[in-house]
Write a protein that binds this ligand. Structure first.
Ligand code: ZN
Length: 266
C-alpha cells in the first residue's frame, strides 16, 4: 500500500510540470498530447522519452509554450476548458499535499533537533522562528509541490526513526495514502491521462474509418489509436485483439505523418 503511495507521489511530481504548462495553454483539447507531438514532429533536440521531474516550472516559460507551425489534431468533442480544470487540479493538489506535510511534520518531526537540517519541513508563517527560510511566510511551501512530494515520499519510505523524523504509522499513514491517491487521480484526470477515450476529428487515412484515441495514466507513449473499420482497413499497422488496426508507441509516428499528409492534400 505504501509502495503505491510512494509511486503515486513520484508520478505527481514527475507530471507536475505538465500540469502547470496545461494551465497556461488554450483550452482546446488536442491530440497528440504536447509531449508526444514534440517527438512526432521530428524535433531532434527534444529528449525522448520526455524527461519529467523538472521541478516547479513557471507556466510562462517560453520553452513550454505550445509549438506553432503545425496544427494540432482537434478532437471532435470538447470537454470543459482544460486550463481551468488544470488550475483547479493544481490548486487542490498543492493544498492537500502541503497540508499533509504539515500534519506529518507536526506529528513526527522533532521540534528541537536538526533545526538547520535541509530535510526539515518548515511550516508556513514561522518567520519569527526561522529567519533563513527562503520566503519567510511560506515556509517549505515556497519550495513548491515537487519538494513537498519528495519530502512526503521520504517520510512514507522511512522505516526507522531518525533524530529528526519519526516513522509515520497508523491513522496518519492511512490518511497520507488516501490524500496521495486522491491527488494522483486529480492529476491524471486534469491531464486527460485517466484512461479517457476520444474520437479524433480526422478519419483514418487508409480507409476513412473513425479513429479513437485512448490515453492511459502518465505516459504519453502509452496513447493508443484504433481504427474502427476492423479488418477491412488496409493500414500497415498491427491488429488489436478485436482485429482493428492499432497504433501504439513508435507506430504513432507513421499515423501522424499520414494524417498530416492527408490534411495538406485536402
Ligand atoms: Zn482504417
Amino acid at each position: 500500500m505504501t509502495d503505491t503511495a510512494v509511486q503515486q507521489l513520484r508520478d505527481i511530481r514527475e507530471q507536475w510540470g505538465d500540469l502547470l504548462t496545461a494551465i497556461a495553454r488554450p483550452p482546446a483539447p488536442e491530440w497528440p498530447p504536447r509531449e508526444l507531438r514534440h517527438s512526432l514532429d521530428g524535433d531532434d533536440t527534444t529528449e525522448w522519452p520526455p524527461r519529467h521531474g523538472r521541478g516547479y516550472i513557471d507556466p510562462g516559460d517560453p520553452a513550454d509554450r505550445p509549438r506553432i507551425g503545425r496544427l494540432p489534431l482537434v478532437l471532435r468533442q470538447h470537454p470543459a476548458p482544460a486550463n481551468l480544470d488544470a488550475l483547479d487540479a493544481a490548486l487542490s493538489i498543492e493544498a492537500d499535499l502541503f497540508d499533509l506535510a504539515d500534519r506529518i511534520a507536526a506529528a513526527h518531526q522533532s521540534t528541537t533537533v536538526g533545526r538547520d537540517d535541509p530535510d526539515r519541513w518548515h511550516y508556513a508563517g514561522l518567520r519569527h522562528l526561522d529567519r533563513r527560510a527562503p520566503i519567510a511566510t511560506a515556509g517549505s511551501r515556497a519550495l513548491g509541490l515537487h519538494w513537498a512530494a519528495c519530502w512526503i515520499e521520504d517520510r512514507l519510505d522511512q522505516t526507522e526513526p531518525t533524530d529528526l523524523h519519526g516513522v509515520v504509522r497508523g491513522v496518519l499513514r492511512d490518511h497520507a495514502e488516501r490524500v496521495t491517491a486522491q491527488a494522483h487521480t486529480t492529476l491524471a484526470r486534469a491531464l486527460g491521462r485517466d484512461g479517457r477515450t476520444t474520437v479524433l476529428a480526422d478519419l483514418c487515412p487508409w480507409c476513412g474509418g473513425e479513429l479513437t484515441a485512448r490515453t492511459t495514466s502518465g505516459d504519453p507513449m502509452a496513447a493508443t489509436i484504433t481504427c474502427g473499420s476492423g479488418p477491412m482497413c488496409t493500414a500497415p499497422a498491427p491488429y488489436d485483439d478485436r482485429a482493428r488496426r492499432t497504433w501504439h508507441g513508435r507506430d504513432l509516428v507513421q499515423l501522424y505523418g499520414a494524417l498530416s499528409a492527408a490534411r495538406s492534400a485536402a
